[in-house]
Write a protein that binds this ligand. Structure first.
Ligand SMILES: [Zn+2]
Length: 269
């Protein structure tokens, strides 16, 4: 049983003790179609239905956790727990009554932080689930098997945020923390170019763009320096320069002898 330190624990009983263990491999996001606080969501799970999510997220970014992440919660159909013991961690988020509004900035930030924690705590790989059983990150309507009733959950605006801000944000935050990036057997390489131009949270792409700019500047400077050196080679030495080189050689008899020896060898050749 694992409890996220960033959430207020509101343990649901008897479900928390009665439901079987899972090994969490997925994180699935929902909209609850009501503007509820985590407390109100907890009361709904407790008093009105047998269903429940692991987490509830208010408009202000406040998080409640109702079930430990290594216990089954019932929000995603068959993904809650599979025959092999793996299952999905679920989050319900406050929304308007049509589930048509975007997540607030506070909600986006809270989801990103929780997403990073799930990667670090449970090793959920940093990719969007490619199938209903594939480990990774997703939202309710992404796979029909998670959503047999064909809800639009979490709504078009939030699906767009998931793809453009939330998931890239989780990847950027999780990979920025580990240097060099952790290699995991079940983790595909992250394609940073896939996030090109997808919003201000696309940190990896911005970083690469910055590096390229710095290289271009450096290239210009080296080019200018090389041109100067070429110019120097073609200029005859002044009398003063000849005199100072002669004095320097004369001050070091061993150097003078070495030059003489080298010249003698060259002349013989
Ligand atoms: Zn849902």
């Amino acid at each position: 049983m694992a409890w996220y330190p960033g959430a207020t624990k509101m343990e649901l009983q008897p479900e928390s003790d009665a439901q079987p263990a899972i090994r969490p491999t997925q994180f699935i996001l929902h909209s609850i179609v009501a503007p509820w606080t985590p407390r109100r969501t907890y009361e709904y799970w407790r008093d009105s239905t047998n269903l429940e999510s692991h987490f509830g997220l208010g408009y202000d970014g406040s998080l409640g956790q109702f079930i430990g992440t290594e216990t089954r919660a019932d929000a995603n159909g068959p993904a809650n727990r599979r025959a092999d013991g793996t299952g999905a961690v679920s989050l319900e988020s406050a929304s308007n009554l049509q589930a048509s509004d975007p997540w607030t900035d506070e909600q986006v930030e809270a989801i990103i932080q929780l997403g990073v924690w799930l990667h670090e705590k449970h090793g959920i790989p940093l990719r969007v689930c490619r199938s209903s059983a594939d480990p990774g990150y997703g939202y309710h309507r992404l796979h029909t098997a998670w959503n047999p009733d064909a809800h639009s959950c979490p709504g078009d605006a939030r699906v767009k945020q998931f793809r453009e801000v939330v998931f890239p944000g989780i990847v950027a935050r999780a990979t920025g923390k580990t240097n060099p990036p952790k290699q995991e057997d079940d983790m595909d390489p992250v394609d940073v170019w896939a996030y090109k131009g997808t919003g201000e949270k696309a940190d990896a792409y911005a970083y690469l763009r910055g590096t390229r700019g710095a290289l271009t500047d450096l290239d210009k400077k080296v080019g200018a320096l090389a041109a100067k050196v070429d110019g120097l080679e073609q200029q005859p030495l002044t009398d003063d320069q000849v005199a100072s080189i002669a004095a320097a050689v004369a001050a070091h008899p061993a150097l003078a002898q070495a030059i003489a020896d080298t010249l003698a060898t060259r002349l013989k050749d």
